[in-house]
Design a protein around this ligand. Structure first.
Ligand code: SAM
Length: 274
């Protein structure tokens, strides 16, 4: 069945697969994964509710109960999956890129977690799991690479009744994106597909139609917004800098206390309940 599905990939799926098979070469399965976003909140040392990645992990931490199965939706090279297994989840993951799946499986092996994580090649649009399999599904930066209507139906199908799905995704903010796409701004911050910038030809931010598709499938939907002024971080902050971003903190304050500012947020966490 999986072979059949993989033989019938669309042109878009094939381009994504090819891109990520090459991009995956930059990952070493023996690399050390930063567990501070998990250990911080779990051990009550540090929380970063203003950072969309930390906030995503914290939602998974808050919902965890022993014995639960988590699906890493579009698991890439497995870094997030390893973090979810650190929380205690039994993790399954899938990705359209064979190379990414190999790196993820090797990463779990290198961390002596082979029995805690299993990864397979699959498109998000046709998943190789039974109905009602997972208590928790988490997807990081994935929906904007896939056919959303099909992937969301699959997500709903494999999620257990009473389960939760969490997605962290970029979202269109039409006026700000218009400015972003002017020639002048693109001169300083290009948007063309490249390995250096980690941008594929086919990825696109979610728009209001996508949000409605998610809401129609999961009527109990909640959205948390991030990234307003912190869009400027890319100009003077190293993306790998482990220290908190000052602008992310300001965004969090503005979005919490000033009505309307949250609609300028270019990243969203969707919390979907079945
Ligand atoms: C930006 S990466 C995110 C990976 C991972 N979630 C992470 O945060 O590291 C996007 C991922 O989507 C995968 N992908 C693209 N199109 C896909 C599809 N149709 N089905 C499944 N995975 C897909 C790519 O192979 C890539 O691993």
């Amino acid at each position: 069945m999986v072979t059949e599905v993989m033989n019938g990939l669309s042109e878009r799926q094939k381009r994504e697969q090819e891109y990520y098979n090459q991009y995956a070469q930059s990952f070493d399965a023996k690399r050390e994964i930063d567990m501070s976003p998990i250990h911080g909140p779990m051990k009550k040392i540090e929380r970063r509710p203003w950072n969309s990645y930390w906030a995503t992990y914290e939602l998974a931490i808050d919902s965890f109960q022993p014995g639960q199965k988590l699906l890493d939706f579009g698991s890439g090279p497995g870094e997030n999956a390893l973090r979810f297994s650190e929380i205690g989840y039994d993790v399954e993951g899938f990705d359209i890129s064979q190379a990414n799946v190999e790196v993820a499986n090797e990463l779990f092996e290198a961390n002596n977690r082979k029995d805690k994580g299993n990864f397979q090649v699959s498109p998000a649009e046709v998943l190789p799991y039974e109905d009602n399999t997972f208590e928790m599904i988490v997807g990081v930066d994935i929906l904007h690479h896939v056919d959303i209507p099909k992937a969301v139906v699959e997500c709903h199908r494999v999620l257990k009744e009473g389960g939760q799905a969490i997605f962290r995704e970029p979202l269109e903010v039409p006026f700000l994106d218009w400015i972003r796409n002017t020639k002048l701004v693109k001169l300083f911050a290009p948007t063309e597909a490249s390995f250096e910038l980690h941008i594929t030809e086919d990825e696109r931010k979610l728009n209001s139609i996508d949000v409605e598709i998610l809401r129609n499938t999961f009527p109990k939907m909640e959205m948390r917004r991030f990234l307003f002024l912190s869009r400027f971080d890319k100009f003077f902050r190293d993306g790998e800098d482990p220290k908190p971003s000052f602008l992310e903190k300001i965004d969090h304050l503005l979005m919490t206390y000033i009505p309307g500012v949250k609609y300028l947020g270019g990243v969203v966490i969707f919390i979907l309940k079945k």
